[in-house]
Ligand binder design. Structure first.
Ligand code: COA
Ligand code: AMP
Length: 630
């Protein structure tokens, strides 16, 4: 079969295409049709079906005789611990935790926040929620208490499931104090928490509100899978938008199951029983789709890796895991490879391992630079497939459909649009642009199954953020072009989102934090190029006249403020104090021009600039930070 035939079959009859893919899912009540367009431009898929996500990810494999197959491999070079969980064990564990949740009053539709590191129990927690129709919202461990509080406030969870700590190579991150702090900051108070105590840190539990993970499950009757309707959210995952208020991306159950299952073979080229590894974190969409749900739905073994590409213990860790666990398809962010390349440029480490079972490497989350792709291809000896997607879509928009037909790789391009996605390049007026021309990347509505139908509690924001600029299209927030062969190129974001080490962050959100500093009169945060992390945030602050503090003190306080409010993951360490910011005559801050200056790129003087001399001051302020040197 050829990709072009598959894509055309979708184009010719999307309804038939998606009904066909739906046959791979075990339904309690099969959908009568795929697309529900009565509320266009808001679309829903398989809405009249009844289904359970946990059943499809776990129970059905046990019922089909694959209970002994390993579902989860946990490998933690940080603790030195490894374990395997079979599908039968996973069924027992999820049914037990789900039973405890049910006994504590959680019913379908209730929200449950999960704040857990990369341990198998994180997947058990997600699946236990899905088992009883509770809507989980996983929060990444690298966010500060304030970010957790914002999510508690928005999702209004009845419960929080957490571990006592996460482990970074250089420190134990105690979660319970962060949770307590977040609950005290939030107006909404969850009824209870369940804490998984780890050896490295024993969390203090408050009687009547906090329960121990094991104790709370003692003697409970295991919970069965509860059927939910096709449009019922499996989860809400918050992601960065233009402002500090994160967007709660809603993931509908049925479309999610159908679409992820389709990708496992068509894109990642794995079959039941194969080992699939996504080296990401359950706190990100990659973790939801390809550490938890995707591989398990398809009956693959998934790897939960608690470590970093380097330093745990060395730059050979990834290769060791691939060899030891017979990984078939491997997915990571380009940053991780850049980190390995920087430490081991000649690829000495990989020579110590046999990774011959590996079929391909998949990269996503940020732009894959050609150097890194070429280096990885050379040392790994497998095809390297870049693919482009977003939290909002939950799976590949453009990629190389290796399980259907491996298309020729063009370095710098994530290849072509997948079935379900009609990707177009539009100019500002919404007209389609010619091949090779740069414009906004938009997707003709409807988006395919599994993509976001709306934002949690924020339908207006959904419409305004994604559907308004180009009527009839979904606005991706990325800019790029499509070449003569239909290959897509992703060039930049069109909004204030930056990508730091594959982590999606909002510069607008950081500006809101800096603006809260009592000595900061005005500020701007931009994303500057970084050789390792792709981008780093860099802040400019103008201080209030008459402050008694030195610039150095204010800079240190700004760095601490962002770390305390957003979290270490923001990697906010670069700040310059300046007298004024470059602006247009109407007062708009010229952030894009500052980015060009920082990255020593040529730029055209904005015609509307108020005072061009400010740009020289910005350049001088950037030099001590290692930027604007060209
Ligand atoms: N919990 C608590 N803190 C965390 C965290 C977590 N889950 N994840 C990261 N942090 C902290 C780090 O410890 C670091 O803190 P520091 O400022 O005290 O050093 C900070 O957040 C920044 O982390 P990061 O940007 O990850 O940088 P790093 O220097 O620790 O590691 C890499 C650099 C390249 C090794 C690492 O970023 C990496 O593995 N990136 C791949 C990212 C990835 O897979 N993304 C998935 C998206 S698909
Ligand atoms: P996230 O929602 O965290 O997955 O981030 C999505 C954003 O990351 C996209 O909108 C892009 O800006 C960027 N991104 C993801 N994958 C790629 C890729 N393969 N190439 C370029 N940018 C990417």
């Amino acid at each position: 079969m050829r990709y072009s035939d598959v894509y055309k079959s979708w184009q010719d009859d999307p309804e038939a295409f998606w009904m066909k893919q739906a046959e791979a899912i075990d339904w309690v009540k099969a959908p009568s049709k795929a697309l529900h367009a009565d509320n266009a431009p808001l679309y829903e898929w398989y809405k009249d079906a009844q289904v359970n996500a946990c059943y499809n990810a776990v129970d059905r494999h046990v019922e089909q005789g694959r209970g002994d197959q390993t579902a989860i491999i946990y490998d933690s070079p940080i603790t030195g611990r490894k374990s395997k969980t079979s599908f039968a064990e996973l069924q027992t564990q999820t049914a037990s935790l789900a039973g405890a949740l049910r006994d504590k009053g959680i019913v379908a539709g209730d929200r449950v926040i999960i704040y857990m590191p990369m341990i198998s129990e994180a997947l058990v927690a997600m699946l236990a929620c899905a088992r009883i129709g509770a809507v989980h919202s996983v929060v990444f461990g690298g966010f500060a208490a304030h970010e957790l509080a914002v999510r508690i406030e928005d999702a209004t969870p009845k419960a929080i499931l957490a571990a006592s700590c996460g482990l970074e190579p250089n420190r134990v991150v105690a979660y319970k104090p962060l949770i307590d702090d977040a609950i005290s900051q939030s107006k909404h108070k969850p009824d209870f928490t369940i804490i998984f105590q780890r050896e490295e840190c024993d969390a203090d539990l408050t009687d009547g509100r906090d329960y121990d993970w094991n104790d709370v499950q003692a003697g409970v009757t295991p919970a069965d899978c509860v059927p939910v309707s096709g449009d019922h959210p499996t989860y809400v995952l918050y992601t960065s938008g233009t402002t500090g208020a994160p967007k709660g991306v809603v993931r509908p159950t049925a479309g999610h199951l159908v679409a992820l299952n389709w990708t496992m073979k068509s894109i990642y080229n794995v079959d039941q029983g194969d080992v699939f590894w996504a080296a990401s974190d359950v706190g990100w969409v990659v973790g939801h789709s390809y550490i938890c749900y995707g591989p398990l739905i398809a009956g693959c073994t998934t790897v939960v890796f608690e470590g970093k590409p380097i330093g745990t213990p060395d730059a050979g860790t990834f290769w060791r895991v691939i060899q030891e666990h017979n990984v078939r398809s491997f997915f990571t962010a380009p940053t991780a490879l850049r980190a390995i390349k920087r430490e081991d440029p000649k690829g000495e480490e990989i020579k110590k391992y046999d990774i011959s079972n590996l079929r391909a490497l998949y990269l996503a989350g940020e732009r894959a630079d050609p150097d890194t792709i070429e280096w990885a291809q050379k040392i790994m000896g497998v095809p390297v497939y870049d693919h482009w997607w977003q939290t909002e879509t939950g799976y590949t928009i453009a990629g190389n459909p290796a399980g259907i037909e491996a298309l020729p790789v063009k370095i710098g391009s994530p290849t072509v649009a997948m079935p379900g996605y009609d990707v177009q390049i539009l100019d500002e007026a919404g007209h389609q642009m010619k091949a090779g021309e740069l414009g906004a990347i938009a997707i003709k509505l409807p988006l395919p199954p599994g993509t976001l139908p709306t934002l949690w509690n924020a339908e207006d924001r959904f419409v305004k953020s994604y559907l308004t600029t180009f009527p009839g299209y979904y606005e991706t927030g990325d800019a790029g072009m499509i070449d003569e062969d239909g290959y897509l190129y992703i060039m930049a974001r069109t909004d204030d989102v930056i990508n730091v080490a594959g982590h999606r962050l909002s510069t607008g959100g950081m500006e809101e934090v800096l603006a809260g500093h009592p000595d900061v009169a005005e500020c701007a945060v931009i994303g500057v190029t970084d050789q390792l992390k792709g981008q780093l945030p860099l802040g400019f602050v103008c201080t209030n006249k008459g402050t008694s503090k030195t610039d150095e003190e204010i800079k240190a306080e700004c760095i601490k403020l962002v770390r305390d409010q957003i979290g270490p993951v923001a990697a906010f360490k670069l700040v310059a104090v300046v007298d004024r910011l470059p602006k247009t005559r109407s007062g708009k801050i010229l952030r894009a021009t500052m980015v060009k200056i920082a990255d020593s790129e040529a730029f055209k003087m904005p015609a509307t600039i108020d005072d061009p001399e400010v740009l020289d001051e910005i350049k001088e302020a950037l030099k001590p930070l290692g930027y604007a040197k060209g």
